[in-house]
Design a protein around this ligand. Structure first.
Ligand code: HEC
Length: 112
């Protein structure tokens, strides 16, 4: 019994390391996206994308939580163009390339 559980655990470990390194090689980096978000988006979108009510009022806009279904149902391409081209009361923001992929990965991490 003990042998079985040990080999099960080491299989999980190997699979975990394999998927981690695959994510590191190919996927956007949500942690880096969070750093960028904190610097460029948080004043309006608030901590964890919940929205800043004061800023929404000042802009007379509705800032939906970025983790909400309404935002999450948008495609990555839509989210990127919302940032780079602007959307509604939000002006375009200069974010490009890997930074844009990373900030979208961070927005995806906010999904409820
Ligand atoms: C000056 C304030 C401000 C800043 C800074 C800002 N936003 Fe926004 N953002 C808004 C407002 C206001 C809206 C709502 C626009 C509307 O619908 O009128 C919005 C909407 C969005 C949407 C669409 C949400 C929806 O309801 O579909 C996304 C995605 C988004 N912002 C991402 C970002 C990201 C990523 C950053 C940082 C790179 C950022 N925003 C920075 C004010 C801001």
């Amino acid at each position: 019994m003990k042998m079985i559980s040990q080999s099960f655990i080491s299989t999980c470990f190997v699979l975990g390391v394999a998927s981690l390194s695959a994510a590191g090689a190919f996927a956007a980096d949500a942690a880096a996206g969070k750093t960028l978000y904190t610097a460029k988006c948080r004043t309006c979108h608030g901590a964890d994308g919940i929205g800043n009510p004061g800023m929404a009022k000042a802009l007379s806009a509705e800032i939906k939580p970025l983790g909400s279904d309404d935002v999450q149902k948008k495609s990555d391409a839509d989210l990127k163009s919302n940032v780079t081209a602007g959307v509604g009361k939000m002006k375009p923001i200069a974010v490009a390339g890997g930074d844009l992929d990373n900030v979208v990965a961070y927005i995806r991490s906010l999904k409820k």
